[in-house]
Design a protein around this ligand. Structure first.
Ligand code: NIG
Ligand code: FE
Length: 422
């Protein structure tokens, strides 16, 4: 079989292993780095990878061959935790934060997620679509080809549905893959402050409708001090599981109140944040094979020093990913490369662990491991090309966009750091 396009002479090509499960513990520090490498696409699929000269049998009369000397490539990056769709922004709270007001205190006085809730409820489908499209294109420009996106700034059926419909339409219209998560249990509005249980009941009634309209694959809940208790989170996630959803949980971000235990008990796909997780809970997640989705740019933006204990997690045999958490409050940004750099600098991950975290492990975290996340023959031809001399350089030279070119399903979607318009 001959290739349609072959990119040749990459200085380095990062090739993750895909053993049929997310890379756990020591496995996260294993991968192959090919030198003077080529990647051959057959239309929208990976056909072959290798080193040195391209074998003649891959080249046919219609094969395009292009050199990429001086560059490196990885599988298309995967951002597996984002709050992509929302109205407004929160710079009006920035000075409060700089003056030392905490995230939960801003929320308690009606700001934070509650202020985005108001702005999102007031935004039309078109406004949300245009805004999210811009944000998604920023992510693509930074090398991302697959993105998880949550609802959670509506809480009522109408707005949650609108958010998820925006995700669905963006998935149809843009060349990236979107994976959606229903997260109505993102905050407790003042009218339910005393007793959030009726709100949980209400959210549970939305689950069959979300399923019926195929609006989400995952259900997520913010389990933390000032938000949902472990008991409330468990009740909602149990109902979601019965309804056939895969589960995620925002846990141990601000206080450790039992969210990770819920994730382990219910067999959630992932637990998110985990900044203040206990050693005991790390072991529970490792034993239950729950993936830890870590969000170091959130810790950075919250100006905290409680970075998630990534090394302890890997020592305990956990699989972890790192991801932006892109949202208007705790992490207003769209640059996964910066998160990767923080992964090295503050989570103390090795470059190999970081690259595995945003490719193969992130693919498992969004249940797309059969199609993306590695460069195995037959997977989708998703590739990010970086204008750096080696893989370490990308992580060392921080806060710069190194992605020069991005391929999704064999098509070039970003060229010279700009979106390719059809
Ligand atoms: O993952 N922790 C809860 N939710 C988001 C923040 C959302 C917001 O502040 O708007 C997060 O950090
Ligand atoms: Fe989040």
């Amino acid at each position: 079989m001959t290739a349609t396009l072959i990119l040749t002479h990459f200085n380095e090509l990062f090739v993750p292993n895909d053993p049929g499960h997310p890379l756990r513990g020591k496995e996260m520090n294993e991968a192959t780095v090919l030198k003077d490498a080529y990647v051959a696409f057959q239309d929208d699929k990976i056909l072959a990878i290798g080193e040195g000269e391209v074998p003649a049998e891959l080249i046919g009369p219609k094969t395009k061959i292009e050199e990429r000397r001086g560059m490196v490539a990885t599988p298309g990056l995967i951002d597996c935790h984002t709050h992509l769709v929302y109205g407004g922004s929160r710079e009006h709270e920035f000075s409060k934060k700089l003056n030392g007001m905490s995230y939960l205190d801003i929320l308690a006085e009606g700001g934070g997620i509650l202020s985005t809730l108001k702005a999102t409820r007031e935004s039309s489908f078109e406004t949300l679509y245009d805004k999210s499209k811009d944000l998604l294109e920023q992510m693509m420009i930074h090398g991302v080809t697959t993105v998880e996106a949550k609802s959670g700034y509506g809480l009522n059926w109408e707005t949650e549905k609108r958010q998820l419909e925006v995700v669905k339409k963006l998935n149809e219209d843009l060349p990236v893959d979107l994976v959606s998560t229903f997260m109505a249990a993102h905050v407790i509005p003042p009218e339910y402050k005393e007793n959030p249980d009726p709100l949980i009941d209400e959210i549970i009634t939305m689950l069959p409708k979300i399923k019926e309209e195929n609006l989400a694959e995952f259900v997520d809940v913010f389990c933390d001090a000032g938000v949902y208790t472990a008991e409330q989170s468990k009740r909602l996630l149990e109902a979601a599981k019965k309804e056939g959803f895969a589960l995620r949980i925002h846990a141990d971000e601000i206080e450790s109140i039992g969210g990770s235990t819920v994730a382990a008990e219910l067999g959630a796909t992932s637990a998110e944040h985990l900044m203040v997780i206990t050693d005991e809970d790390i072991q529970k997640l490792a034993d239950a094979h729950v993936i830890g989705n870590l969000l170091p740019a959130t810790t950075f933006s919250l100006m905290e020093d409680t970075y998630a204990p990534a090394r302890k997690m890997m020592d305990a045999g956990m699989a972890i990913t790192i991801t932006t958490d892109s949202n208007p409050g705790s992490c207003p940004m769209a640059n996964l490369q910066f998160v990767m750099q923080l992964g090295c600098l503050y989570l103390r991950m090795t470059p190999t662990e970081v690259y595995n975290a945003v490719t193969i492990n992130a693919a498992y975290s969004v249940h797309r491991e059969k199609t993306v996340g590695s460069l195995d023959k037959g997977k989708n031809a998703d590739l990010t090309v970086f204008a750096v001399p080696n893989l370490d350089y990308l992580l060392y030279y921080f806060a710069t966009n190194h992605a020069a070119e991005v391929y999704k399903n064999g098509k070039c979607i970003v060229k010279d750091r700009q979106i390719v318009r059809a």
